[in-house]
Ligand binder design. Structure first.
Ligand SMILES: Nc1nc2c(ncn2[C@@H]2O[C@H](COP(=O)(O)OP(=O)(O)OP(=O)(O)O)[C@@H](O)[C@H]2O)c(=O)[nH]1
Ligand SMILES: [Mg+2]
Length: 390
């Protein structure tokens, strides 16, 4: 099955802030509703009926399903679409790269209309809100309109259990704490229901910056596309109409990795994260040194060397698995050995540098130690960042 694009004669008056404008001249009109589906056959009839009933007359709208199902969802979509005056297409992916996030990105890449709306298939996102999302975007000139459960008039009763409410609230607060400036205009950066201007995504797409991990696509789009203005529309997040939820603890962990990757995208942030991991390495270092000096006859200098290796190993695990996950240039063993070698070279360079700062520059030992530690750690970070990872 392939997708089709919708021709349109109607033009909506542009009112985009300068900063959200781009040169994507093809995306001047129309709306594409991108819906990722994974085994949602039982929801399709109701979903398409409600979308069809919500589309205002004269608004050029098409629906694009990006489907990774193992059931008959694509066939059901085709059957139901045939009875409605809607342009509907299905792109079934034999190779579901990137899961839900990959599906949404693929849908966005295949859409060439002025607005792209992303929504779920299980009717937790009310189709009746579609006209409001677009109208709000047009009237405010915002590049992005978020359907929010958390703004005045919104509701998140569909989350169900207290656990889900807690996880949703905590992840929203965490994201907002990590990106206070970028997320200040949205109360629901975890929303899966939003409308975004094609031209805004185009820039990030062209520079290859969009690399979502897991299912929080909106956060990826806000951080990478940096809309000049974000508008919101309140909505009731309802309960799933039919079928089973695909949200898992694994997706939650992926989201945490996604947050770390987004936050450490720039070199200063990576350096800070590298420093924080380095500081945390003192814990295993001190613990091992304590155990060795209290329960063995090892000389304290030998204990120090062993403890350093354990600290370096700890740092490597967090640096490699969290900070630079999936971005290694060399094989894992080579990375590990190089990392440990750098940690040991650190000692060799730091002591003479400290001596130089004390006897050559005239500093007292405490500031000399602090300066030497910072300089050598920075040097080590640059080596790791430039040579071990992409
Ligand atoms: N294409 C594609 N769609 C997916 C995948 N996983 C989930 N989806 C779709 O993404 C949407 C959201 O998934 P849900 O299972 O409803 O996740 P959720 O809304 O966070 O969880 P619930 O509140 O329990 O429904 C639905 O339309 C799913 O069919 C996937 O791997 N590929
Ligand atoms: Mg859902």
């Amino acid at each position: 099955m392939t997708t089709s694009s919708s021709p349109s004669e109607s033009r909506l008056e542009p009112s985009v802030p300068e900063a959200d404008k781009a040169t994507d001249s093809t995306a001047e009109h129309g709306v594409t509703i991108v819906i990722p589906t994974y085994n949602e056959a039982a929801n399709i009839a109701e979903l398409l009926s409600r979308i069809s009933a919500s589309v205002p007359p004269g608004q050029e709208t098409s629906v694009l399903f990006v489907d990774d199902s193992t059931d008959d969802t694509p066939e059901v979509i085709q059957k139901e679409a045939a009875r409605l005056p809607l342009e509907v297409s299905v792109h079934h992916r034999a190779d579901p790269v990137g899961g839900l996030g990959g599906a949404v990105m693929e849908g966005i890449a295949r859409s060439n209309t002025r607005w792209i709306v992303v929504m779920d298939a299980d009717l937790q996102h009310p189709p009746a809100l579609l006209p409001q999302l677009i109208a709000k975007g047009e009237e405010s000139g915002a590049g992005l309109v978020v359907a929010s459960r958390y703004t005045d008039g919104g509701n998140r009763s569909g989350l169900g259990s207290r656990y889900r409410v807690l996880v949703s609230g905590a992840s929203t607060s965490l994201a907002k704490a990590l990106f206070p400036r970028l997320l200040r205009d949205t109360s629901d950066p975890m929303s899966g229901y939003f409308a975004i201007r094609r031209e805004l995504v185009g820039r990030a797409e062209r520079s290859g910056a969009l690399r979502p991990l897991g299912y929080k696509i909106l956060l990826e789009l806000i951080v990478r596309c940096r809309p000049h203005a974000i508008a919101e529309v309140a909505y009731d997040f309802g309960v799933r109409h039919a079928g089973e939820s695909k949200s898992t603890v694994r997706e939650g962990l992926r989201f945490l990795r996604h947050l770390i990757r987004l936050r450490t995208g720039g070199m200063p942030s990576r350096a800070l994260a590298f420093g924080a991991i380095g500081l945390s390495g003192f814990l295993p270092n001190l613990a091992v040194r304590w155990v060795l000096t209290h329960s063995t006859d090892l000389h304290y200098a030998t204990a120090e060397v062993v403890a350093n290796q354990v600290g370096a190993l700890w740092n490597f695990v967090f640096t490699d698995r969290l900070l630079y996950r999936g971005r290694g240039r060399l094989g894992r063993h080579t990375r590990l050995l190089s990392f440990i070698a750098l940690a040991n070279a650190d000692l060799v360079v730091r002591i003479p540098l400290m001596v130089l700062l004390v006897s050559g520059v005239g500093l007292t030992p405490v500031p000399a130690t602090a300066i030497a530690l910072c300089l050598v750690s920075l040097l080590r970070f640059l080596c790791v960042d430039r040579f071990l990872y992409r």
